[in-house]
Design a protein around this ligand. Sequence first.
Ligand code: PBG
Length: 326
Amino acid sequence: MSAEFPEVRARRLRGTRALRAMVAETALRPAELVLPVFVKEGIVDPQPIGSMPGVVQHTRESLRKAAADAAEAGVGGIIVFGIPADKDGLGSAADDPEGISQLALSDIRREVGDDLVVMADLCLCEYTDHGHCGIVTPAGTVDNDSTLDRYASTAIAQARAGAHLVAPSGMMDGQVGAIRKALDGAGFRDVPICGYSVKYASAFYGPFREAAEGAPKFGDRATHQQDPANVLESLKEVGLDLAEGADMVMVKPALSYLDVIRRIADTVRVPVAAYQVSGEFAMVEAAAANGWVDRDKAIMETLTSIRRAGASVILTYWAAEVARKL
Ligand code: PBG
């Protein structure tokens, strides 16, 4: 309270739960949440992921149930990451019509129809034996343009399998344009593309690489993923993706990049998605397991902050759990 302005009070609207709820500026909707899922070829039971408590590598059967369950909870979408039994230099399983991702996408479509937006992550790192996101040259670098051909044919395979939307996450230049052209040429003009337009070279993907078995066997992803120090190149990446025909754009990770989400949400005229990645999930779960943070409150606080920063779609491993509580 200030002596000069005794009538000024910031706390008046915080007095009761009902008052706080009435003036809340940010709310989450189940339909804007997207559940990332892992499905592995050749396993008979779902496999727990050590660094992601409660998340599993699904069998086709358990994935069908998880999709039905997510739809029932009101979740908006599901994004599929497939882990093939056999990997090679080209990532041949990525565009194989009988590959695990395509089988899982069509299983999910059969299970939920149009009740969920069935999204396909489009990258090669889960399918290549070296764990890189594209074709590796003899010199050991990821070759941009030959990788685009692989992405184009993977997008067609995913659309044929029933994906409602494809989400290229490999950070190759020109990937959205190449995929748009391929989809249009194959009769999939109506399949939208959500670019992982802004993707930082982040330590927070650590648990995912265990889950998706896609850690690079040598080197890192710093020549194609972005430097956490920068924001200008995020604006550039988004501009390029929109010019190439992206229908939505994504920022990833979320929590360390709320300023980037805000900058982009203020700039573009398309929906902005944000990916609360595996390391963000694992940090909260690990701290909560130790009794160091209140798990449920921490989850809601992170998601509300991502929404407040300007994301209108949020990918989160807690999607089904949170949707049920909203
Ligand atoms: C690449 C991809 C990655 C994630 C989503 N898509 C990993 C990477 O770039 O190494 C990370 C997601 C997460 O950490 O939850 N296919």
